[in-house]
Design a protein around this ligand. Structure first.
Ligand SMILES: [Zn+2]
Length: 319
């Protein structure tokens, strides 16, 4: 594995061959370390994160921008690296989908040509795989998705694990109902009994729920003692406080508090409405829901295709 990574850090240098001329990297040796290893850190506090980020981000952002500039005229291109999910050398697809036009949306792209998972999904899968491997006995897992490559990979590849998945099929459906082989669940009111799961996974779901406090409480209720929730959401890294973009009032009417915004949804053409722009108080919300501990797991690796915004991250909450 280490040598594969080394070979690919060499190949990656081809992607950014003019990096030295840009004087982005002062020592090539440092760059080798940087590109062939993964940085993995945990943060519970915005200030600690900012201190780390202010030191690490400039160089990374310059490299990400340089890659974008090199391929600016391409509709899409391939970025060579090592997929930890597939445990093989692969090409990651990058294009301009969901981007701001300046740099690609690396978080949502960098799709492995073998497993079809994007950047954040690949990390989530690998993190989970490591967690499950270290647990004794079979784990029961729930994830808020069922029609995705991610879910299919969980079912097909992870042994010693009992996976349940669901989609949100609309407010006229009953939680737990199976419609065309898809299970409907509402994050605010799930059909599962208390303390059923060891692990719950949420990939960019919580920004789309109308009540984050209720959703986290439901996840907490459905987890066993010692179980944990791992989730990804877009985070405004310099915001302490979450801003609510929309809400549902007592009469069940949707109220927009900020201009409406939608993210891609595999079962809806229109996409999913964004209810929250999360700040660091998402970690407090986890504790308010009952979790003992909650923290950010931040990571970055050029070799494994975990780049974008100078840092990538998921969150974890332990019951
Ligand atoms: Zn892969």
């Amino acid at each position: 594995m280490y040598y594969s990574a080394k070979i690919y850090s060499a190949k990656l240098l081809n992607n950014i061959e003019s990096i030295e001329s840009l004087k982005l990297i002062s020592h090539m040796d440092n760059f080798s370390d940087f590109s062939s290893n993964i940085e993995l850190m945990t943060f519970r506090d915005m200030r600690d994160f900012q201190k780390y980020y202010s030191e690490a981000a400039d160089k990374r952002l310059s490299i990400e921008k340089h890659l974008a500039d090199k391929y600016r005229k391409n509709i899409s291109w391939l970025f060579q690296g090592y997929c930890h999910c597939c445990e093989r050398i692969t090409d990651f697809l990058i294009d301009w989908r969901y981007s701001d036009g300046v740099v690609p949306n690396y978080r949502e792209r960098l799709i492995c040509s073998h497993c079809r998972l994007n950047n954040r999904q690949r990390f989530m899968y690998v993190y989970l795989k490591n967690m499950v491997r270290d647990r004794k006995g079979a784990s029961r897992l729930f994830c808020y998705e069922q029609v995705t490559h991610f879910y299919r990979k969980l079912i097909a590849q992870l042994r010693n694990i009992d996976v349940k998945g669901s989609e949100y099929l609309g407010n006229d459906k009953t939680p737990g109902a199976i419609i065309n082989n898809i299970r409907h669940e509402d994050a605010l009111s799930m059909s599962f009994e208390n303390e059923l799961f060891d692990i719950i996974i949420s990939n960019d779901i919580y920004e789309h729920v109308p009540d984050i406090t209720k959703s986290l409480s439901e996840a907490y209720r459905c987890l066993k003692e010692g179980g944990f929730l791992i989730f990804s959401v877009p985070l405004f890294i310099n915001e302490k406080t979450t801003h609510q973009r929309a809400t549902i009032n007592n009469e069940g009417k949707l109220i927009h508090l900020l201009p409406d915004q939608y993210h891609g949804n595999p079962i809806s053409q229109k996409g999913s409405l964004v209810f929250y722009d999360f700040g660091w108080d998402i970690l407090d919300s986890c504790k308010d829901a009952g979790f003992n501990d909650s923290y950010m797991i931040a990571y970055y690796s050029m070799c494994y295709g975990y780049i974008g915004n100078g840092i990538q991250f998921i969150f974890r909450a332990d019951k």
